[in-house]
Design a protein. Sequence first.
Length: 144
Amino acid sequence: MSTTDIDISGIRALLERARDAWNRGDGAAYGDCFTADAVDVTFVGTVYSGGPEIGRAHQALFDGFLKGTRMALEIVDIRVHGDSAVVVTRGEVAKRAPKRLGKVATYHLVRGGDGWRIAAVQKTKRRPLMESVSFRLQPATRPA
């Protein structure tokens, strides 16, 4: 197994751990997936700073309107750069299996002595209709 395979395996394990913590409604475990100085930008624009704050805030969400939700997550791309990585995912949070994955998240991960952690994540609600219009009006904007 190459170093890259080990890196990818560790990255996937971290994101699975974060997803599993979400699915259990465990804010502390979710926050533990982040660095002490991490930044989490939600798709509504809220900015949380640091694993402890991210965990605390998410516990309040899990106890409130996100109670019983499950996170669906699909990794689209992983780029490892030494002890950091950029990971792009598609995902959704819902009480039932989603029909489509309507959010895109970009993660910046860092590797330390205790393995991979999330240093930053920014989530965006995907707008397929707007994408389609943009690509039709300006075909050169369509990704490869």
